[in-house]
Each structure stands twice: as structure tokens, then as C-alpha cells.
Design a protein around this ligand. Structure first.
Ligand SMILES: [Zn+2]
Length: 159
């Protein structure tokens, strides 16, 4: 999946569970489950060469920036508007954990060789990916975002 829907899932878990010791590891685990949702991403049907050139790295960057913006928006909202630093920290850490599996895959994509631990992560991720063609592969992720947003807004008392 793209990083942005992963981030929404992480924030939804954080606001639901509140406890960082449960929410953070679960956000990491949910990333792997999230990749089981049939999806399209920038690496679908691409070769290793195609992944490091042209528009793909830029699209990944844009997705990453969006994901970070989502995580930080909720973090700051809870910190300043709701004056809840504990939950803000849980949201922040869960957001990071929710995209961490892909971040660990970065070296595989952008470097010739990669550290052992990373290649292990890459292998697990490869096996879990469930690709779907456009537009369905984006629609599923949109649903993940909408569903997670509803959970988040409800948990934060905004709806
Ligand atoms: Zn992934």
C-alpha cells in the first residue's frame, strides 16, 4: 500500500488503543496486514531499474511527505488543541511504526546491497504484497483512508 493509507491506519490504532506499548507494535504489524489489502502502488509492475528513475522516486517522496503531514497534523492537533501530550506521542510513534516496514525496504530499492536485517524485512514484505490493477487498487486504499479517518475523528470527539 501507499504510505499515506498506512499512516491513517497507524493514527487510528493510536487513538483507539491510546497505550503506546500496544499501539506502536500493532501499527507495525498492521502495515504487513495492510499490504494484504489488494492495492496499486508506485512499484506495481515495475522493474528494479524503473523504481529508481523517472517519476517513481518523486511519487514515493510525495506520498511520504503526505503521510508525514497526516501524522504530524493529528499529533499537533492532539497536543495543542486537546492538550494531551501522551496521546500525541502515541500518535506520532504509531505513525512512524506504520510506515517503518517500507522505510526498511528503502535500501533494497535504492542501494545495490543491503544489510541482512533489511533484506529479511524485504522478503517478508514481498510475500505479503497483494497487487490490484487501477483503479481498483487505489479505491481499496481510499476506503482504508475513509474508514480510518472516521475512527480517528470519532475517537478524538470530532464527530
Ligand atoms: Zn509495505
Amino acid at each position: 500500500m501507499l504510505l499515506t493509507p498506512h499512516t491513517f491506519v497507524g493514527v487510528a490504532l493510536a487513538t483507539s488503543l491510546q497505550n503506546p506499548f500496544i499501539a506502536v507494535p500493532l501499527s507495525f504489524a498492521m502495515h504487513l496486514l495492510g499490504d494484504k489489502v489488494p492495492h496499486w502502488d508506485f512499484y506495481s509492475n515495475s522493474t528494479k531499474e524503473e523504481r529508481v528513475k523517472g517519476w517513481r522516486p518523486l511519487a514515493v517522496m510525495a506520498d511520504l511527505v503526505t503521510g508525514v503531514a497526516v501524522g504530524l497534523t493529528f499529533t499537533y492537533f492532539v497536543l495543542w488543541k486537546q492538550q494531551n501530550p501522551d496521546l500525541a506521542l502515541t500518535i506520532f510513534l504509531s505513525g512512524i511504526a506504520s510506515v517503518l516496514p517500507d522505510a526498511l525496504e528503502g535500501p533494497y530499492i535504492y542501494m545495490k546491497s543491503e544489510p541482512k536485517l533489511f533484506s529479511y524485512m524485504t522478503k517478508i514484505q514481498r510475500r505479503l504484497q497483494f497487487q490490484a490493477p487501477l483503479p481498483w487498487g487505489l479505491l481499496t486504499q481510499l476506503l482504508v483512508i475513509v474508514f480510518s479517518s472516521l475512527i480517528i475523528l470519532k475517537n478524538l470527539g470530532l464527530i
